[in-house]
Design a protein around this ligand. Structure first.
Ligand code: COS
Length: 384
């Protein structure tokens, strides 16, 4: 996208966040749902198609551009970005990166327009951090595969039109090599959903179990057409997803710093604005420093991802730093607000709960640490 058009898009998203999304934050929290008219506005703005190539009706944003849009959306309730998050990110990118031309033409235009949402089904009750240990099976039966198993905590599952599903096609091959990625329409017979999960925060987002009970999927649904490549597709998708989340964390930090400044100026104690006190200034300065570092790392790794450099380990560092930084920034924001920070009336209480997930999903901080360390040690010849 040319620079001028992109800057218009970013400004439009910024206005949308300030004028439409932020004023509806309390409503989303109370109703535990994003209003349908706001989802329609998101469709109209083309937000579902941010990362889909232009020939399939999307805006074909680079990673750097996507990061800037997600940063803007990070400045408001988590639930809004989550509506488009899986379609823009982990749910569709397997098709964009590794899909056949037929798969792209069949699904991407519907995803780009927002007519259909995509969801990413990797995690299982017994396979979280150890993603290569999934047991959902896809057994070949003539021309089709029969899928059985349960996927857990699947974001946007009840809204999804299709799943990017990782399943084991070769039961004799343990680990990554036996896993295949499929595109499975949500209406396929045999798919059922668990109850919506009750979460610590992130009101208005939806996650649940997805059960596959002898679900018949044609061989043509294998992403890229070749079995056994699903784990690598998932890992490539997660590389991009983790940059997306780092941008989100950076945007959330930005909003929290803004809320912190506002309170430091407004709130008076001991006869003066609490921002006059150096201990308060220290908290603010630490938060701004965390926020700045997270965003600079995100922009750097996004640009290098766009330049097709090998960045998986630096993506892990960025996701690790940005999500942990967000945890610290949210904690300080509550601290600066004192008793008010613990009350739902002030926004920082909500951000504090919402932020907690970022250190966990799309790879916990501890998984990011192992990715970083293993990359360095393997390069030095140690078999880890
Ligand atoms: N890009 C491309 N290929 C990758 C890759 C990446 N980022 N990361 C790993 N691979 C490839 C490896 O090269 C390897 O292929 P070869 O055997 O051909 O060399 C294969 O995938 C297996 O890799 P590895 O041996 O490193 O896999 P592990 O089982 O050790 O697991 C981790 C790797 C722990 C990093 C992975 O399971 C993981 O990311 N876990 C967290 C899962 C997660 O984020 N879940 C959230 C779900 S969405 S909310």
């Amino acid at each position: 996208m040319d620079a001028e058009t992109f800057s218009m898009l970013r400004d439009a998203v910024r206005r949308f966040v300030n004028e439409r999304l932020i004023p509806n934050e309390d409503r989303v929290e109370q109703e535990d749902a994003v209003p349908l008219e706001i989802i329609q506005d998101m469709r109209d703005m083309g937000l579902f198609g941010l990362t889909v190539p232009e020939e399939y009706g999307g805006l074909a944003l680079t990673m750097s551009e996507e990061a800037q849009i997600i940063f803007e959306l990070g400045r408001t309730s988590f639930a809004y970005r989550s509506v488009i998050g899986t379609t823009v990110g982990i749910g569709s990118q397997g098709i964009v990166m590794d899909g056949t031309p037929e798969q792209k033409s069949e699904w991407l235009p519907k995803l780009a327009s927002g007519e259909m949402m995509a969801s990413f089904a990797l995690t299982e009750p017994n396979a979280g951090s150890d993603a290569a240990s999934i047991t959902t099976s896809a057994k070949k039966d003539g021309d089709v595969y029969r899928v059985n198993g349960t996927k857990r905590y699947i974001t946007n599952a009840p809204r999804a039109g299709i799943f990017t599903l990782m399943a084991r096609t070769d039961p004799d091959v343990k680990g990554a090599a036996g896993i295949t990625a499929f595109i499975v329409p949500a209406k396929t017979p045999g798919i059922s959903f668990g109850k919506n999960d009750k979460k610590m925060g992130q009101k208005g987002t939806v996650t649940c179990d997805v059960n596959f009970d002898d679900v018949i999927v044609p061989a043509s649904a294998i992403i890229g057409g070749i079995p056994g490549r699903g784990f690598k597709t998932a890992m490539k998708v997660l590389d991009r997803g983790r940059i997306h989340l780092s941008a989100l964390a950076s945007g959330m930090c930005d909003r929290l710093v803004e809320e912190t400044v506002r309170y430091l100026v407004e709130r008076k104690q001991f006869g003066q604005a609490i921002g006059s006190f150096q201990l308060m200034q220290g908290l603010l300065a630490d938060s701004r420093t965390d926020a700045y570092a997270a965003w600079v790392m995100t922009k750097d790794v996004a640009a290098r991802f766009d330049a097709r450099e090998k960045v998986s380990a630096d993506v892990a560092s960025t996701k690790y730093f940005a999500s942990e930084a967000l945890g610290r920034v949210a904690d300080r924001a509550v601290q600066v607000h004192g008793g008010a920070g613990y009350m739902a009336e002030y926004k920082v209480e909500r951000f504090y709960r919402d932020a907690r997930l970022l250190r966990i999903y799309e790879g916990t901080s501890q998984i990011q640490q192992t990715i970083i360390a293993k990359a360095l040690l393997r390069e030095a010849g140690l078999a880890v």
